[in-house]
Design a protein around this ligand. Structure first.
Ligand SMILES: NC(=O)c1ccc[n+]([C@@H]2O[C@H](COP(=O)([O-])OP(=O)(O)OC[C@H]3O[C@@H](n4cnc5c(N)ncnc54)[C@H](OP(=O)(O)O)[C@@H]3O)[C@@H](O)[C@H]2O)c1
Length: 292
């Protein structure tokens, strides 16, 4: 049985889709968990086993994980540094209790050294997996999604200006659907042992290069204004963002400027056998959503 947590999320939904279509896993061999099972009525209708699971409660989680032989632990979306690790440690404990044979975990690039403020949560989870009484695990260090641009580009295109603290740092981002495909493929495989892969796109881009590509595709001007990290935080505070969020988002640019999210490698191709979608093709396919 293959279990996917966070199955109602963007990544989880796409993983289930790939398990069924790309990896040809029968619906009745899949368990999908969520805090709110009514969100997954469509999956239940297909014959997938839908179970309630909340990472805040180990006892509840253990029951939800029972019978799973391979489990994909999708990191939670809590933004406050220190919040995710508590939930992930609960999930690892529950996987041990339920005698899951192999855990696949969605981490991030360079978790021990990254300037991203929640990186220690991923580093701590990886450490806990290494120490856990689980036969095998696969850590997928997922680079940033192309889709993260939906949080900044539409607004930036309206004003024609994008503020960045990423300097000339490079980002090797990748389509979320490709990350889902890689996760589904590892989950559906018989891979054992203890492996770590970094999943990045085929090319790395500076913020200026990304802006140029988006501008060309949308036909709208987009100038990048480079500011220091503190300046970016002050700007976001001025726009009304809570301080914790402003510091978190600014830490993403800081990480890019320091090269923490750069680097090309072929782990994605090794796992899936195909090349990742190119950023240029993704921008072309998402021009109207980026301009919205
Ligand atoms: N690499 C990147 O660029 C990037 C960007 C965004 C996020 N991420 C990370 O990757 C994960 C998946 O991305 P996504 O786009 O699918 O995010 P998403 O759409 O926000 O989904 C997050 C999932 O986390 C689950 N979750 C949150 N709190 C939980 C809890 N206490 N117990 C159990 N499940 C919980 C939710 O499940 P239910 O609501 O169904 O319980 C939800 O399905 C995120 O959670 C985050 O850790 C990475």
């Amino acid at each position: 049985m293959y279990l996917v947590t966070g199955a109602s999320g963007h990544l989880g939904k796409a993983v289930i889709h790939h398990l069924l279509t790309t990896n040809k896993i029968p619906a009745n061999k899949i368990i999908a968990t969520t805090r709110e099972p009514s969100q997954l009525a469509d999956l239940a209708a297909k014959g997938i086993h839908v179970r309630a699971a909340n990472f805040d409660d180990v006892g509840h989680l253990t029951k939800a994980f029972e019978g799973a032989t391979r489990l994909l632990l999708i990191s939670t979306n809590a933004m406050e540094p220190g919040a995710r690790i508590i939930q992930h440690l609960n999930a690892i404990k529950a996987a041990e209790n339920a005698k899951v044979g192999h855990v696949v975990y969605t981490s991030m690039p360079n978790p021990t050294t990254s300037a991203v403020l929640f990186a220690p949560d991923h580093a701590g989870t990886e450490k806990a997996l290494n120490a856990a009484k689980i036969a095998g695990f696969t850590i997928l260090r997922n680079n940033w999604y192309f889709e993260n641009l939906f949080f900044s580009i539409p607004q930036a295109l309206k004003s024609g200006t994008q503020y960045s603290a990423a300097a000339q740092g490079k980002l090797a981002h990748i389509a979320r659907d490709d990350l889902a495909r890689a996760a589904a493929t590892v989950l559906a495989s018989s891979e054992g042992g203890k492996n770590t892969y970094t999943l990045s796109g085929a090319h790395e881009y500076t913020t200026d290069e990304i802006a140029k590509l988006v501008s060309a595709a949308t036909g709208k001007p987009l100038a990048v204004v480079h500011v220091p990290v503190d300046g970016l935080i002050q700007g976001m505070l001025g726009a009304g963002l809570p301080e914790g969020m402003a510091r978190m988002f600014a830490s993403f640019d800081d990480a890019i400027s320091k090269g923490n999210l750069s680097g090309k490698d072929d782990d994605f191709k090794k796992i899936t056998g195909v090349a990742p979608q190119s950023f240029e093709a993704w921008v072309k396919a998402n021009t109207s959503a980026l301009s919205a």
